[in-house]
Design a protein around this ligand. Structure first.
Ligand SMILES: [Zn+2]
Ligand SMILES: [Zn+2]
Length: 194
């Protein structure tokens, strides 16, 4: 059962192996505000938002703590062309170092440093911790947020929506004419309908 704040581990309990589940309710919350998520018009607590499972080995060396393992799951966003739901899988290997705030790399972007800075291409992350407890929530959150591509597609050749009538061209056809470019129309001296 997932409790309200289940992603904290005390350093004095290390080393340990833990399994964490991320329910759709949290995924909805974390992805709220992302355009490709909001475009779905899904309810706030969307059971289809996504979920995940982390299997982590957690250990410490006195000053630092480490988490290594896997994160698997998925999330649902809108296709950037047809706005239909797209399920994106997550299957990541995690290797995370928790550092005292004083050792956190000084990033140009302070906000990013607080949320966790990416040192390499996703294999090694660092997060700050207070030396007593590790908070894994920012790490799990990042797995979902970073999984959303700039322009998700339901399939490589998605035909998108008709810009005039809005019909889904993947499953239907319409008879809309291609609109004339207004600049072209002006050049031809045509009077445009207002
Ligand atoms: Zn599509
Ligand atoms: Zn149309």
């Amino acid at each position: 059962m997932v409790k309200e704040a289940p992603y904290t581990v005390l350093v004095r309990d290390l080393p340990t192996h833990r399994r964490f589940e991320v329910p759709p309710k949290l995924v909805s919350e974390w992805l709220k505000g992302l355009p490709m998520r909001d475009a779905l018009g899904a309810p706030d607590a969307d059971p289809e938002a996504g979920d995940g499972v982390a299997e982590l080995d957690l250990y410490a060396d006195g000053t630092h703590a480490f988490a290594s393992g896997t994160f698997k799951g998925g999330l649902t966003v809108a296709c950037s062309r047809c706005v239909n739901p797209v399920r994106l899988p997550i299957d990541e290997k995690l290797l995370v170092t928790f550092l005292p705030p004083s050792e956190m790399p000084k990033d140009e972007d302070d906000a990013e440093a607080e949320e966790g800075a990416e040192v390499t291409d996703g294999d090694l992350d660092v997060f700050p911790f207070d030396g007593e407890r590790i908070d894994l929530e920012p790490l799990f959150r990042e797995q979902f947020v970073l999984s959303v591509p700039y322009a998700p597609l339901c399939r490589e050749d998605c035909k998108g929506l008709c810009p005039q009538c809005g019909i889904d061209r993947n499953s239907a056809t319409c008879t809309c004419e291609k609109p004339m470019d207004p600049r072209l129309a002006a050049l031809k001296g045509l009077k445009l309908p207002s």
